[in-house]
Design a protein. Structure first.
Length: 271
């Protein structure tokens, strides 16, 4: 039986570690070899050093996500995607102590509040799991002469580029990852450089849940560089973090959506 101490990337209050990006199912350094420090805002203590992602790291993450989308993930049935998300929710239940502690140490939210987020976050995962089985189209009555059948069908768009802010990295990760995976897309997730550590725990738990390797790519960068030509769509939640000050762009003709913060949200999308 897996115990909470077995998560490789779990933090303890006195621990400091070198971390890597999760790309193509592997933990890797940045191409440049550069790193930045993730700091406990309460004490100034360096919790870990993480790779400083650049454009070339985004490129290899997007390419890996595209391969996963066109490879094993495209062959998964809705019921299989649902089960994986349910299994991931169960792992969140089991390992919430590590997830909540990491969130608190890395971005400063009181531990009582990060612990209290458990029901909300696991509930979101289970909600998105249900979404995987409820993606349907419509049959439309046709007014044209002849025996014609008109219908709509919903299909995954491909690779989703997602950018999240610093102030709720676990919940924000699930808001982006959950719907994308439920609908059959793959994800390149860019956490805030000010709180990148708990999304790495999510990547590890996804691997344990049995998601196909290279399905979810996580990286950290001091620039919002998810503007390369390959992502099919982009989504971001805006904050005052330096990495999110620039407009978010997908390549020409791709979908994009922006949520401006956590209160009084507004969404902007162009199809």
């Amino acid at each position: 039986m897996t115990t909470t101490t077995e998560i490789e990337y779990a933090l303890t209050p006195s621990e400091s570690r070198v971390r890597k990006m999760y790309i193509g199912g592997a933990w890797v350094d940045a191409v440049s070899g550069e790193t930045i420090d993730s700091v406990n805002p309460a004490t100034g203590e360096v919790l870990a050093s993480v790779p400083r992602g650049r454009a070339e790291d985004v490129d290899r993450a997007v390419i890996a996500a595209r391969r996963a989308f066109e490879g094993p993930w495209s062959r998964f049935k809705p019921v299989q995607r649902q089960q994986l998300l349910l299994d991931l929710a169960d792992l969140f239940d089991k390992h919430w102590d590590e997830l909540s502690l990491t969130d608190t140490l890395d971005m400063g939210k009181p531990l009582a509040r990060t612990r209290a987020d458990k029901a909300r976050v696991t509930g979101m995962l289970r909600y998105y799991a249900g979404m995987a089985m409820n993606l349907d189209g419509r049959t439309i009555k046709n007014s044209q002469p002849g025996d014609l059948l008109s219908y709509t069908s919903r299909e995954p768009v491909g690779v989703v580029g997602a950018i999240i802010p610093w102030n709720a990295p676990i919940a924000a990760s699930i808001w982006k990852i959950g719907p994308a995976l439920a609908t059959g897309c793959t994800v390149v997730l860019k956490p805030s450089e000010e709180a990148p550590l708990s999304p790495l725990l999510i990547a590890e738990l996804m691997d344990r849940a049995g998601f196909p390797r290279a399905l979810s790519m996580l990286l950290r960068a001091t620039e919002s560089r998810l503007v390369r030509p390959l992502p099919s769509t982009s989504a971001s939640t805006r904050s005052r973090s330096p990495g999110q000050r620039k407009p978010v762009r997908a390549s020409s003709g791709r979908r994009r959506a922006t949520s401006r913060g956590y209160r009084s949200n507004s969404a902007v999308s162009r199809l």
